[in-house]
Design a protein around this ligand. Structure first.
Ligand SMILES: *Cc1c(COP(=O)(O)O)cnc(C)c1O
Length: 360
């Protein structure tokens, strides 16, 4: 039986062209062919990240680099900004790395308030802040620009930003905002199969890392920087994923990034309008809603599990029934990656077709 097409917020549907690119012949990673592959991805991926600095490739999921950020940057104390499953977990990761950590915790569905960040940092003692730009579990888009301004107003505080479900779906200006580390997995908006993460570091982040002695090896930022100078990676990378990344980045550039952002915004607006028609409420407040996915509150009279199963069984399309502690209480629809107005409409029609049977 063929697998359902994924409209869950990651991993998302992968284009046949991307799978085909992954089938390219394996090459040795310490040779000219690999260096050429690595270098060929740089201009495009840097444009997507909004930087002139190198973008590193980590053969891991995003969490590898997220843990790496803690190990490479936190000397004194980290402030984890928590507003959902992924951002909350980062606090636990900080502690499990043996670091001093504090958090600002807001209710799931709410964004982080930049002024709360200012007040907390003013207490002193912090040298790193972690922020999830687009909290995939709740559909909250945090005010990155405002939070970056606040963090940058404190000396020697590193700003680490998880853009796992926003990179390439929304504009991001790494250099302009003064972000110190930006990271993303490739199985969300970039629409590759899972298995690779990309990240960029500021010069200050590398200087900080050089002062820490227990960075470990696999996610040592200095190893990534050293190898990048030779268009290479510290250890054997997921070469099929790099072929796939080159293919997707080229597709993004030929679409045009502005067009790509606009397409995501419009497809997201379609889902919002569909929800409004049914009286489904979005979990995040107006002004803080993701443009790459929509997180709706499940109405009391909806048998959500039955509905989602029916849409998979009869239409071969899968949405998600909530994540973490709001599983079953929310449902999420992704519009990330390669989706068009037509494919989104197909999904919404399928959801509509099965809905009446599961409403009481
Ligand atoms: C999916 C996701 C992660 C975790 O990614 P993995 O690939 O499972 O490591 C982290 N942060 C956000 C915002 C995500 O959406």
């Amino acid at each position: 039986m063929s697998k359902p097409k994924l409209f869950i917020p990651g991993p998302v549907d992968v284009a046949p062209e991307t799978y085909a690119a992954m089938g390219s012949a394996t090459i040795g990673h310490r040779g000219a062919d690999f260096e050429e592959l690595y270098a060929s991805i740089q201009p495009g991926i840097r444009q997507i990240v909004g930087t002139e600095r190198p973008v590193f490739f980590s053969t891991s999921s995003a969490w590898g680099v997220m843990e790496g950020c803690i190990r490479n940057l936190v000397q004194k104390k980290v402030l984890n900004l928590c507003c959902g499953a992924f951002s909350d977990k980062w606090f636990g990761v900080s502690e499990s790395c043996g670091k001093q950590a504090e958090k600002i915790q807001v209710e799931w569905g709410q964004p982080i308030d930049p002024e709360a960040v200012r007040a907390k940092l003013a207490e002193g003692g912090f040298d790193t802040v972690t922020l999830v730009h687009n909290e995939t579990s709740t559909g909250v888009l945090n005010p990155l620009e405002e939070i970056a301004k606040v963090v940058k107003s404190f000396d020697d505080v590193m700003l680490v930003v998880d853009t796992v479900s926003s990179l390439s779906a929304m504009p991001i200006d790494f250099d302009g905002l003064g972000i110190d580390v930006l990271l993303a997995g490739v199985q969300k908006a970039i629409a590759l199969p899972p298995g690779l993460a990309v990240f960029a570091t500021s010069e200050a982040a590398l200087e900080r890392a050089a002062k820490l002695e227990d960075r470990g090896y696999y996610f040592d930022f200095l190893e990534f920087a050293k190898n990048d100078a030779k268009n290479n990676t510290p250890s054997t990378p997921a070469i099929p994923h790099l072929y796939a990344l080159r293919e997707r980045v080229n597709v993004m550039l030929s679409e045009g990034l502005e067009n790509r952002f606009k397409r995501h915004e419009e497809n997201n607006a379609m889902v919002h309008a569909w929800g409004e028609k049914h009286g489904f409420e979005l979990l995040p407040p107006e002004g803080y809603r993701s443009k790459s996915l929509s997180c709706f509150v499940t109405p009391e009279n909806l048998d959500q599990g039955g509905w989602i199963k029916a849409v998979i069984a009869k239409h071969g399309l899968a949405i998600n029934g909530g994540y973490g502690k709001i599983k079953g209480k929310t449902f999420r629809i992704s519009n990330m990656g390669n989706e068009t107005a037509e494919t989104m409409q197909e999904l919404l029609d399928a959801l509509d077709a099965e809905l009446p049977e599961f409403l009481s």
